[in-house]
Each structure stands twice: as structure tokens, then as C-alpha cells.
Ligand binder design. Structure first.
Ligand SMILES: NC(=O)c1ccc[n+]([C@@H]2O[C@H](COP(=O)([O-])OP(=O)(O)OC[C@H]3O[C@@H](n4cnc5c(N)ncnc54)[C@H](OP(=O)(O)O)[C@@H]3O)[C@@H](O)[C@H]2O)c1
Length: 327
């Protein structure tokens, strides 16, 4: 195995053009870690935030972007018992996914589901860890509940629609075009609101209110989400694309027994991420293996063309996941 590899680095905070090819040393797996020879890496909105200087890697993580990928185990660090060299895995990465090789905690890797291509498997970890932990573990979604996810055509949204539907929830969503709304309906949403034409608050109130909302928009959506919740409803915030500051009448929380919570995945402990991985393997991996759920693929770009992948993501023209082809 070569001691060096091709990777994409963030040369300075800025637009997609600051992503440039570079040669780096192949990382060495430490205690509890594995080294993966990546075939594909997933592209996620947090990568664009990191590139723009708004989402610093946690201490000890690679400075290279890339939070997920799939490939073959190339080396095993001390203390790892589950994996063997050559195993096909997809993994949640602490960073460093835009590269030929990446290291991760052995407990943050999952087997590539049966019959799934590496390209699809590379798209699973970041959105499935995020959606499962926020919708199921934190949000407590139950069968029969009305679930609203904003940004339904995003990587997160397409995952959330399918997962909630597979659990027997009634799924409502918002998206920014009729084409995106149609894609959401095809994935199993009962209602898809084009937010440029219609008011999701009125739609949800008409349906009895949302029991659970997963939101990445924030800003003026925060008071509107609170209005759209049913009594005892829960709002889980995973990003604030429209800003985190807003005026809100908190009396409604008390009177209608609402819960507002949220989380970000990346800074959580290794143990917390390992728990999510085990829950996913138990509850969701069989649905992926059977084809009941499948990642929605947008476009594929070569690793060296990561800048174009980011430009596409930031155009918001995509539906589903964008991937980088590596090896
Ligand atoms: N908390 C966590 O741990 C965590 C983990 C992963 C991702 N996230 C967040 O989840 C969100 C979705 O991630 P993703 O990777 O699935 O990204 P993505 O595919 O790019 O999705 C973002 C979508 O949000 C919609 N949107 C609504 N308002 C927007 C605005 N003001 N600016 C930009 N887009 C807007 C866009 O679709 P429309 O055309 O419908 O507007 C866009 O397609 C991101 O905000 C990301 O940072 C959070």
C-alpha cells in the first residue's frame, strides 16, 4: 500500500473553488480504529459549511472534508475485533472522507447492506445517523403519528420520509419546487407542500397538527413550526439555514405541552455514535437490505471535481444525495 494518497483539501475558507486536490500521507489507524480504502464518499451540506469556515472540525479530526464513505477495510488498529481486512463497510467519518483512504472508529462502521452498490452505501451514514438519532431516539416518532420534515428533497429529507413511512408514520413535507414535491410523494410522503405557493402551517393545522417536526430551516420557521405542532408535539432542530435568532412566544410551550430540542451529530462522543450505529444495524439495516428503503441518488462527481459537487449542492437543484467517485 502506498504511503501517500490523493485527497481534497480546503485551502482557505470560501466558495467551492477553495477545494483543491492535494497529496497527503495515508492515515494510520489508532486504537479502536480502522483504515478504509474508499470507493465513494458522500457529500453533505455540513461539508459546504466547513468549507465556508462556519463548521470547524472537532479537536483531533482530520482537516479534510468528508463525513461519510464506503469501501474496503484496508488496515485494522489495535483493539478492533469486529472487522477484517477486505470487509465491505460504510462508515460515519470524523472528517477526511474526500480522500483515497480514511480512518474511523471501528464501531462507527456498518456492513454494506446486501445487494447494495458502494455508491449507494457511501450515502447512508451521515443522513441515517442524523435522521434516526433525531427522529426516533430524540423525537420518539411512533406509528400513526403525523410527522413533518422540511427540505423533503434533501439528503436528510429523502431519508426521513422513507424511514418515517417505514415505521408507519403519516409523512408531511415541504420543498421548494413542484418537481421536488413530486419526488417526495413518490418516496411515500402523504402531502408535499411547495412552500413557495402554500403555507405549511395551514396544511398541518388542517390535518390536526404535527406530532413531530424535523427542521433544518429555522429563522421564521421556528414560530411557524410551533404553530403547526399538535398539543404535546415535538420540534427537533438540526440546522438553522435561515438563522438561529427569532422572537418566540414561549407561553405556547407551557399551555400546549410542546418540546423543542435538537442536536448536531459530529461533536457527539464515540460512544454515542456507536450506540446510534448499533440501533441502525438492528432497526434500519434489514429495511435497506430488503430494498424497503434506498438512498435517493442525485449526481456523481470525480473526487478531483469536488468543487463542482459543492456548487451543485449549493444551487439546491439536487434531489437526494451527491457522491464523489474515488477508486
Ligand atoms: N444536526 C446534524 O447533525 C446534521 C447532520 C447532517 C445535516 N444537517 C443539516 O441538515 C440540512 C440538510 O442537509 P443535507 O446534507 O441533506 O443538505 P441538502 O441536501 O443540501 O439539503 C438542504 C435543502 O434544504 C432546503 N432549504 C430550505 N431552506 C434553505 C435555505 N435557506 N438555504 C439552503 N437550503 C434550504 C433546500 O431545498 P428547497 O429547494 O426545498 O429549499 C435544500 O435542498 C443541512 O442544513 C445540514 O447542515 C444537520
Amino acid at each position: 500500500m502506498s504511503k501517500t494518497m490523493q485527497a481534497i483539501e480546503i485551502t482557505t475558507p470560501g466558495g467551492p473553488d477553495v477545494l483543491r486536490p492535494v497529496t497527503r500521507d495515508v492515515p494510520v489507524p489508532g486504537h479502536g480504529q480502522i483504515l478504509i480504502k474508499l470507493s465513494y464518499a458522500g457529500v453533505n451540506r455540513p461539508d459546504a459549511l466547513q468549507r465556508a469556515g462556519q463548521y470547524a472540525p472537532p479537536p483531533g479530526a482530520s482537516d479534510l472534508p468528508g463525513l461519510e464513505g464506503a469501501g474496503e477495510v484496508a488496515a485494522i488498529g489495535p483493539g478492533v475485533t469486529r472487522w477484517r481486512v477486505g470487509d465491505r463497510v460504510c462508515a460515519l467519518l470524523p472528517g477526511g472522507g474526500y480522500a483515497e483512504y480514511a480512518v474511523c472508529h471501528g464501531d462507527h462502521a456498518l456492513p454494506v447492506p446486501d445487494n447494495m452498490e458502494m455508491k449507494q452505501a457511501a450515502c447512508l451514514p451521515e443522513t441515517f445517523f442524523t435522521v434516526y438519532s433525531n427522529v426516533v431516539m430524540r423525537g420518539g416518532l411512533q406509528a400513526g403519528e403525523r410527522f413533518l420534515v422540511h427540505g423533503g428533497s434533501s439528503g436528510i429529507g429523502t431519508t426521513a420520509i422513507q424511514l418515517a413511512r417505514s415505521m408507519g408514520a403519516r409523512v408531511f413535507t415541504t420543498a421548494g419546487s413542484d418537481e421536488k414535491c413530486a419526488a417526495c410523494l413518490e418516496l411515500g410522503a402523504e402531502v408535499a407542500v411547495n412552500y413557495r405557493d402554500d403555507d405549511f402551517v395551514a396544511v398541518m393545522k388542517g390535518a390536526g397538527g404535527a406530532n413531530l417536526i424535523l427542521d433544518m430551516v429555522g429563522g421564521d420557521y421556528l414560530p411557524r413550526n410551533v404553530k403547526a405542532l399538535a398539543d404535546d408535539g415535538r420540534l427537533v432542530q438540526i440546522a438553522f439555514l435561515n438563522g438561529p435568532k427569532v422572537e418566540l412566544n414561549f407561553a405556547q410551550l407551557m399551555v400546549r405541552r410542546l418540546t423543542i430540542t435538537g442536536s448536531t451529530l459530529r461533536p457527539q462522543s464515540d460512544l454515542a455514535k456507536a450506540r446510534i450505529a448499533r440501533a441502525l444495524e438492528r432497526d434500519v439495516w434489514p429495511k435497506l437490505a430488503s430494498g424497503q428503503i434506498a438512498p435517493v441518488m442525485d449526481q456523481e462527481f470525480a473526487l478531483a471535481d469536488a468543487a463542482s459537487a459543492h456548487a451543485r449542492m449549493e444551487s439546491s437543484a439536487h434531489i437526494g444525495k451527491i457522491v464523489l467517485r474515488i477508486g
